[in-house]
Write a protein that binds this ligand. Structure first.
Ligand code: AKB
Length: 313
């Protein structure tokens, strides 16, 4: 059967880059991008979908004979704390809509992103294992921990092939993050290239797991391509790219912009970051579907700065 992919949340930081990667892989006519509105510069097939609307998702799935769904829409960790009950509603209702539409329409594979936000104070922070205790302290984290388990439930109960990765903070030049605790690590590059000082909302020694965009896109496609028999982890896979603190990324930036200035004004996001892992044990992803990250901090910094220099010039 011809692969037809529906991406829900295609305007987001990851979605906008993933859609292009999927178009390159399957062809533009086999990728349906969707979000609450269409961006003017979007190239390809686009359908407006509010993922809270079950019927609308199902209509698009049936119209295009969709075979795979990537459900990327969610309210992230920091933004989600502004209105906890609404965040829970949106994150879980959209997730159930996607799982139910997928079950009822015999979708071949579903990608449900989870996050390092599923971990809380009960998990060891260094090389956090895949099966660590999950006691998330944000609504986003609770919704992702629950979503992972629902994904496994749909797999065990209905045979729906749901696959999932616990994303670290994603860093790329193509798009901006929105509402996360790791967003600083993208903003800092924009400020450096613009020659502006940066006010960091985390303190300088807050080490968090991050990943460069090319690595995370490749990881997502590799997981979705892996033979079903190799996917033994049906909740979600830990995925490591690199880990660094605001101080360490600043030191890299200073090698290129020696006059770059940063100050630290920790806010409520510091409390969120303090409960997250510092580094991730992703040995299950490595063993079961061959995951290998390629980008370290110096390489990523050079690419980010070069790309943003040409964007702003
Ligand atoms: C966030 O900071 O909320 C996200 C995430 C780690 O899932 N980037």
């Amino acid at each position: 059967m011809k692969t037809v992919v529906l991406v829900i949340g295609a305007n987001g930081q990851l979605g906008s880059v993933l859609v292009k990667a999927l178009q390159d892989k399957f062809g533009q006519n086999q990728v349906i991008a969707s979000d609450l509105f269409k961006k003017d510069d979007f190239d390809g097939i686009f359908e407006v979908i509010d993922a809270l609307n079950f019927d609308r998702i199902q209509d698009v799935v049936q119209e295009y004979r969709v075979t795979q769904i990537y459900h990327l829409a969610a309210i992230l960790s920091a933004k989600g704390e502004e209105n906890p009950l609404q965040t829970w509603d949106i994150n879980t209702k959209t997730m159930f809509n996607v799982f139910e539409v997928s079950r009822l329409n015999h979708i071949e594979k579903v990608f449900f992103p989870s996050s390092i936000a599923v971990f809380g104070a009960g998990a060891t922070q260094d090389l956090t294992p895949n099966n660590a205790y999950l006691d998330p302290a944000t609504v986003y984290g609770i919704s992702k921990a629950s979503g992972e388990n629902w994904g496994q439930y749909y797999y065990l109960r209905y045979g729906l092939d749901v696959r999932s990765i616990r994303y670290p903070g994603v860093i790329g030049y193509q798009s901006l993050p929105g509402g996360g605790t790791t967003d600083y690590a993208v903003d800092i590059f924009h400020k450096a290239v613009l020659g502006e000082p940066f006010n960091c909302f985390l303190n300088k020694n807050t080490t968090l797991p991050m990943i460069y965009m090319d690595d995370v896109i490749r990881a997502t496609l590799e997981l979705m391509d892996a033979p079903k028999a190799q996917i033994k982890t049906r909740t979600s896979y830990n995925l490591a790219g690199l880990s660094f603190s605001p101080l360490e990324i600043t030191e890299e930036i200073l090698k290129i912009y020696p006059n770059f200035k940063i100050k630290y004004t920790p806010d409520f996001r510091q409390n969120i970051a303090d409960k997250w892992p510092k580094s991730i044990d992703d040995s299950a992803a490595r063993a079961e579907w061959g995951w290998q990250p390629k980008f370290d901090l110096p390489a990523m910094t050079k690419i980010m700065i070069k790309a943003l220099q040409s964007y702003y010039s």
